[in-house]
Design a protein around this ligand. Structure first.
Ligand code: ATP
Ligand code: MG
Length: 571
């Protein structure tokens, strides 16, 4: 078993192929060209800008790997900036969880931790600049009226009657907005751009609104707050960001960001580049939906191991390395696609295979009595800890007259090609002997409760039985030594590939998979697992990779979460 590693100094060095231009993603190519041309004074400075309104998910991991990864690759810097312009939705708990998740992924923002709220005064100043140039005005239209004046994709909008207000008047009204003289929603500050623009974002967008809400950092200092669009690009400019990387939905906001940057006295001119957000099958990725899963009690919390939040994946047993590899494999592009969940599973299998030790664990036990094995005797057998790692060594496992096997490894009416245990059939107990089933004992309801077997002492040490072929090998645990444990087996949280796709009147939660969690309370584990510390990875032979739950495991009583099966059973 290996403890959870969170460093990544074992990455292979870039191969010559990877360095070739055609293997570089479009962002790497852009940065290379910028560096060669001396754009941005040869600097590369990126940022990861989460809104602290939920926990990070695997989609954010893609953005984190990209932003921090590019900075690392090109000797640049990457800031962490909380985009906290929306006071009603943001909480400190989210800020802390986001920081913890980024660190866990293996990235470091050094001393470059910023909050958009730190720039509220500067942003207010930028707004004043626009007003003074006649490029912004205070509007008294109601939200309803503004919506109506805005027009549609087909029809141009109409100018607000307040659009031509003198800058002096707007300046005074804006000051009074700040001073708290008006009701929430009574007035807004808007940019004066073009109500007929085919790009709806350019139709005099709102820059500031009145909102009496307590902010997690600025408290009650402000009763007007900048809109995200007015804050985002300017924050990048204040921080000297060179490459502002965001997802494709913001592509048609770019003209607006550039318009702001061109019309106010910002200290630098970031360039925005968009990439396609990550979508994964069988899950929802939007924070709004994830919040709903948590608040609706559909999962046990943000860190429920079925969630694709980083805290959920971590608790399930995913490692930072596996998530970084996954993000690398997914790559960056400018077209939408949905990645198969099996990719994520492949990445954790590949990571754990060389380092998770193998153990035997019976999840659904059935007793086997080996009748010719001496009563009261224990034989110690040697088992390999990890065939992928010669340094992992071996351990001793005890064999006694009574053992547990998996209920599934016995069939009373076995088909011809069934190579496990059946009446009169022979199977090998892993690392031990071949046993033959001689009798089946049932309870009053006819349920099989015990098997009687005999073993062949000549088949120890992997020796073949004389004159017979035994194809099946099953795992087992000595009944006298077994420790009881709870094991949680997970399936995907949704039962359809795209849970976002709902019929009219339906809701994504209609697609929740009722069998996404199975709690097995009567598992029997080999004794070496008794002291497994919380947060350890192990492979249960034939069953998958498991992780001792960091919260629910107690000393001497580990609780195991199945991270992933050994093979993908679904696409
Ligand atoms: P959500 O829709 O899940 O709430 P968001 O984009 O509103 O996501 P933010 O906190 O604003 O969440 O995101 C921070 C950064 O992460 C942004 O730069 C955003 O582009 C990026 N990001 C969010 N979701 C994904 C995704 N699925 N794939 C890649 N990047 C993402
Ligand atoms: Mg957002």
């Amino acid at each position: 078993m290996s403890a959870d590693h969170s460093k990544h100094d074992d990455e292979p060095a870039g191969s010559p192929e990877k360095d070739a231009e055609e293997h570089r993603n479009f962002l790497e190519q852009i940065i290379e060209h910028d560096l060669a041309a001396g754009t941005h004074e040869g600097r590369v400075h990126t940022r990861f800008p989460p809104e602290p309104n939920g926990y990070l998910h695997i989609g954010h991991a893609k953005s984190i790997c990209l932003n921090f990864g590019l900075a690392e690759q090109f000797d640049g810097l990457c800031n962490l900036r909380f985009d906290d312009t929306n006071p009603t939705k943001e909480e400190l708990e989210y800020v802390e969880s986001i920081k913890a998740d980024i660190r866990w992924l293996g990235f470091d923002w050094g001393d470059r931790l910023y909050f958009t709220s730190d720039y509220f005064e500067e942003l207010y100043g930028f707004a004043r600049e626009l007003i003074e140039q006649g490029l912004a005005y205070v509007d008294d239209l109601s939200l309803e009226e503004m919506r109506e004046y805005r027009g549609s994709g087909a029809a141009p909008g109409r100018n607000s009657p307040h659009r031509d207000r003198a800058p002096e008047e707007s300046r005074e009204l804006f000051e009074r907005m700040r001073a708290g003289e008006f009701e929430d929603g009574a007035r807004v500050l808007r940019a004066k751009i073009d109500m007929a623009s085919p790009n709806m974002n350019m139709r005099d967008p709102v820059l500031y609104r009145i909102l009496r809400a307590h902010h997690h950092r600025t408290g009650d200092a402000w009763c007007i707050y900048p809109m995200y669009d007015f804050a985002h690009g300017q924050s990048d400019a204040i921080e000297g960001i060179t490459h502002s990387i965001c997802t494709l939905e913001f592509e048609n906001h770019r003209p607006l960001y550039d318009w702001f940057i061109d019309n106010i006295s910002v200290p630098s001119h970031p360039r925005q580049y968009e990439f396609a957000r990550l979508n994964l099958s069988y899950c929802v990725m939007s924070k709004r939906k994830l919040v709903e899963l948590v608040q609706g009690g559909h999962v046990s919390g943000w860190d429920d191991p079925r969630m694709i939040t980083l805290s959920g994946l971590r608790r399930r047993g995913y490692t930072p390395e596996s998530i970084r590899k996954f993000c690398e494999r997914v790559g960056v592009a400018r077209f939408y696609s949905t990645i198969e969940m099996s990719w994520l599973e492949d990445s954790i299998r590949a990571d754990l295979n060389p380092r998770a030790e193998r153990r035997m664990a019976v999840l659904r036990p059935l007793k086997v009595v080996i009748e010719n094995f001496p009563e009261g005797e224990t034989e110690e057998l040697e088992a390999i800890n990890n065939p992928e790692d010669p340094n992992a060594g071996t351990r001793k496992i005890p064999l006694t007259r009574e053992v547990w096997i998996e209920r599934d490894d016995f069939r009373e009416d076995a088909p011809r090609k069934y190579f496990r245990l059946a009446p009169g059939k022979e199977v090998r107990l892993r690392y031990a002997y071949c046993i033959t089933c001689t009798d089946v004992i049932k309870d009053a309801e006819g349920e099989v409760i015990e098997l009687r077997c005999t073993y062949d002492p000549a088949t120890g040490g992997g020796k073949k039985p004389e004159g017979r072929k035994v194809k099946g090998v099953i795992h087992w645990v000595s009944a006298a030594h077994a420790i009881g444990a709870k094991v949680r087996v997970y399936d995907h949280l949704f039962s359809v590939p795209d849970p976002n796709d709902v019929e009219e009147g339906g809701h994504f939660t209609d697609h929740l998979n009722p069998d996404s969690l199975e709690v097995l309370t009567d598992c029997r584990l080999e004794p070496s697992l008794a002291d497994t510390a919380p947060g350890c990875h192990v492979q249960f032979e034939r069953q998958g990779y498991f992780f001792t739950d960091p919260i629910d495991s107690q000393p001497g009583a580990p609780v195991f979460n199945r991270t992933v099966a050994l093979r993908s059973s679904w696409k």
